[in-house]
Design a protein around this ligand. Structure first.
Ligand code: UD1
Length: 316
């Protein structure tokens, strides 16, 4: 099958590209490398057809969709604080880009469209675990943009008969997650801080919790979505069903690295959600999804990767 992965140069996207190639698919990537990196695609060489461009740009979207039968739309500006700073950019890259890709996919005859949604759409509703049929109340432009995308994904199934699906990711982590910006995922920041002899920063009291999900689980859910029957715009959580506090995360990463360095506390971030934990029964029912790598094994694989690949000066 010829498959398009938008954001294929990113952290999660590049893992998905790798898995699709390993299964013999032909893969096109659409990426402007605004948050991803061309180096993430280098190991695949000419096996990947690259279209450099922005998913909100109609011409780029149409070019990338040519001849493909399925689209995985992962490209996004995936940071909550960055979206609070720049809501227009967030809307363009998260909402407008999704609509543009849906239109291009529809017109190219790509029937299947799998969208990377986010648990940020739930906001601070107190009930845990979060189930897909619960109300949504995003606290950030990021969460709102991701939710707008979900609605379009659902509409394109009912209006145009496409086989569409939203996978709501919960705090994905693993090798290749870029720790290079203050907006980066917390696990990449903790691991690199501890390896480089710095103290990790915790925003707030550290009692906030997340359903940290190792990237292989998310890739597995996407692969299942490629062949699953009955896709009609549904939304499914993809996570582990557990939650871990930032204080426990710090302890776990420190233990794995054999480093002791207490965190620095700073004021809680605007738009930050207090608790996040998924119910994953719906993904099990529709996709047969179950987490294949636990949090602890994921942390081990991730710390091993950063240890082996990051250019680090250890000051232990
Ligand atoms: C993350 C994702 C977002 C995804 C969402 C799904 C990233 C960058 N963001 O948002 O794309 O849609 O999960 O749930 O991957 N924190 C610290 N210290 C730090 C950095 C963060 O204490 O140095 C805290 C944050 O305040 C937050 C928690 O760690 O409470 C997680 O933050 P972050 O990794 O940025 O992810 P989310 O905002 O949950």
């Amino acid at each position: 099958m010829k498959i398009l992965v938008t954001g294929g140069g990113g952290f999660i996207g590049s893992h998905l590209v790798e898995a699709l190639l390993a299964r013999g698919h032909r893969v096109t990537v659409l990426d402007d490398f605004s948050t991803g990196h061309a180096e993430n695609l280098r190991p695949f060489g000419r096996k990947v057809a690259l279209v450099r461009g922005d998913c909100a740009d109609e011409a780029a979207a149409r070019k990338a969709c040519r001849g493909v039968s399925a689209v995985f739309h992962l490209a996004a500006m995936p940071s909550v604080p960055r979206s609070v700073k720049d809501p227009l950019l967030s809307h363009r890259t998260n909402a407008t880009a999704t609509l543009t890709m849906l239109v291009a996919a529809r017109d190219a005859g790509a029937r299947r469209f799998v969208y990377a949604g986010s648990s940020a759409v739930y906001g601070d509703l107190p009930t845990l675990p979060k189930r897909e049929d619960m109300p949504t109340r995003p606290l950030s432009p990021y969460g709102l943009g991701k939710l707008a995308g979900e609605h379009y994904v659902r509409l394109f199934a009912s209006l145009y008969g496409m086989e569409t699906l939203t996978l709501r990711y919960f705090n994905v982590f693993g090798p290749r997650q870029d720790p290079g910006s203050p907006y980066s995922g917390v696990i990449s920041l903790f691991v690199t801080a501890l390896l480089e002899g710095r103290r990790p920063v915790i925003y707030g009291d550290g009692r906030q919790t997340r359903d940290f999900t190792y990237v292989a689980n998310v890739v597995d859910a996407n692969l299942r979505a490629l062949t699953a029957k009955g896709l009609r715009g549904q939304t499914l959580n993809v996570a582990t069903g557990k939650r871990i506090s930032l204080l426990d995360l710090h302890r776990e990463v420190s233990r794995e690295l054999g480093v002791e360095r207490s965190p620095v506390h700073r004021a809680a971030r605007q738009g930050d959600i207090k608790h996040s934990q998924a119910a994953i029964g719906a993904a099990r029912r529709l996709l047969g999804y179950r987490p294949i790598v636990s949090f602890r094994d994921g942390i081990r694989r991730t710390t091993d990767w950063y240890r082996a690949s990051a250019p680090i000066t250890r000051q232990n």
